[in-house]
Design a binder for this molecule. Structure first.
Ligand SMILES: [Zn+2]
Length: 115
């Protein structure tokens, strides 16, 4: 299911209101799709059970994203997904070659679980 809007307003999994600049954004720039979350843990059940994206006006590849998949290490193609952590004016992005890669990475706790 795809709906328009919903950017940065509430968590797409639990519905809690999001503060401006304090959220997780899951993006697919090639299709202008996005979803918002209050915490990384809510990306996992959303991907498994809902997977309902919002069409946004313009979704761009995050500047802070690398060229390789954060989960599998393969080079990202044009259909890549990006998971962006916004916090206190900072943006930290990780790129993924597939939805499955996003799910595996989020289940494992994200980038901080592996440092
Ligand atoms: Zn939530």
């Amino acid at each position: 299911m795809i709906a328009r809007g919903g950017e940065n307003v509430k968590c797409d999994w639990c519905g809690v209101g999001l503060e401006p600049g304090e959220s997780w954004q899951l993006l697919q720039p090639a299709r202008n799709l996005g979803a918002s979350f209050c915490r990384l843990e809510h990306v996992v059940p959303w991907l498994i059970r809902k997977d309902d994206w919002h069409i946004r006006d313009r979704v761009e590849v995050p500047k802070s994203a690398g060229a390789d998949c954060a989960e599998t290490g393969v080079e990202l193609g044009e259909n890549a997904f990006y998971l962006v952590r916004n916090r206190a004016g900072m943006e930290i992005a990780d790129g993924f070659a597939s939805k499955d890669a996003v799910l595996a990475w989020a289940k494992a706790g994200g980038r901080w679980a592996r440092d």
